[in-house]
Design a protein around this ligand. Structure first.
Ligand code: ADE
Length: 244
């Protein structure tokens, strides 16, 4: 069982993704547990303020350190071990590789940053790592936290059931997936490649590998630098390049 604790100012943002599809099933089967904690519940005073003006002046508000620290204290009492992640645009880039690393922790705490920034002491004293889901700026860390819950959960054994193993899919081996087709074999004159209808598994596997290489070359040539390619793959690549 993998446990996610999410610290957020907007717990309602997580409801429908967690109540849909495979995440819902994974929760029902007890393979993952997602606990939502409202940071505001840990803020002091009548108004439970979670942000404040930046020291030194400037535009925008800063997320306060105390509510985050106290929410973490409440969560991590008595030696409960967890890996604590802050979602911000300045974090280390999220990737399939990082998802594979995070699934190794039995408990992940995801802190959703908000406002124009987070008091630097959160970074300095309270977290293990900072993660960004890409080079763009979102309203807050909620969608990024949800992305991490999704990507990590599907690596938890049993979550995908007997669906495609996660080891042969896009990005685990740094090549894009080959084109996929299902019935009918012809629709409006649009045909499925002949080889897929033959039942010749050797030819089908060769075709799939070639099309994966072709796609990666055309759409994401940057991935090829780190892909593990065989002698045969390299020959195919040369031929594909000549085809143009
Ligand atoms: N918060 C705002 N934008 C973000 C991003 N791209 N990744 C992670 N957290 C964020």
């Amino acid at each position: 069982m993998m446990i996610f604790d999410i610290l957020t100012l907007f717990p309602e943002m997580f409801q429908s993704p967690l109540d849909s599809s495979l995440l819902k099933k994974a929760r029902e089967k007890g393979l993952i547990q997602v606990n939502l904690h409202n940071i505001r519940d840990y803020a002091r005073g009548k108004h439970r303020v979670t942000d404040d003006y930046p020291y030194g002046g400037g535009a925008g508000m800063v997320m306060k350190v105390e509510p985050v620290a106290e929410a973490l204290d409440a969560l991590l009492h008595e030696g409960v071990r967890a890996h604590v992640v802050l979602l911000t645009p300045q974090g280390e880039p999220f990737s399939q590789k990082l998802a594979g690393e995070l699934v190794g922790h039995s408990r992940l705490v995801l802190i959703c940053g908000h406002y124009e920034g987070v008091d630097e002491r959160v970074r300095e004293y309270l977290i293990d790592r900072e993660v960004s889901i890409g080079d763009y700026v979102l309203m807050g860390g909620e969608l990024p936290a949800m992305v991490i819950v999704d990507a990590v959960s599907r690596l938890v054994p049993g979550v995908l059931g007997n669906m495609a193993s996660t080891s042969s899919e896009s990005h685990t081996e740094d090549l894009l997936e080959c084109p996929q087709y299902t019935r009918p074999s012809e629709y409006r004159g649009w045909k499925v490649p002949e080889v897929l209808l033959t039942g010749n598994h050797r030819n089908i596997e060769d075709w799939r590998r070639r099309e994966s290489l072709r796609r990666t070359l055309n759409k994401r040539p940057d991935l090829l630098k780190r892909a593990a390619l065989s002698e045969e793959d390299l020959k195919i690549m040369e031929a594909l390049k000549k085809e143009g």
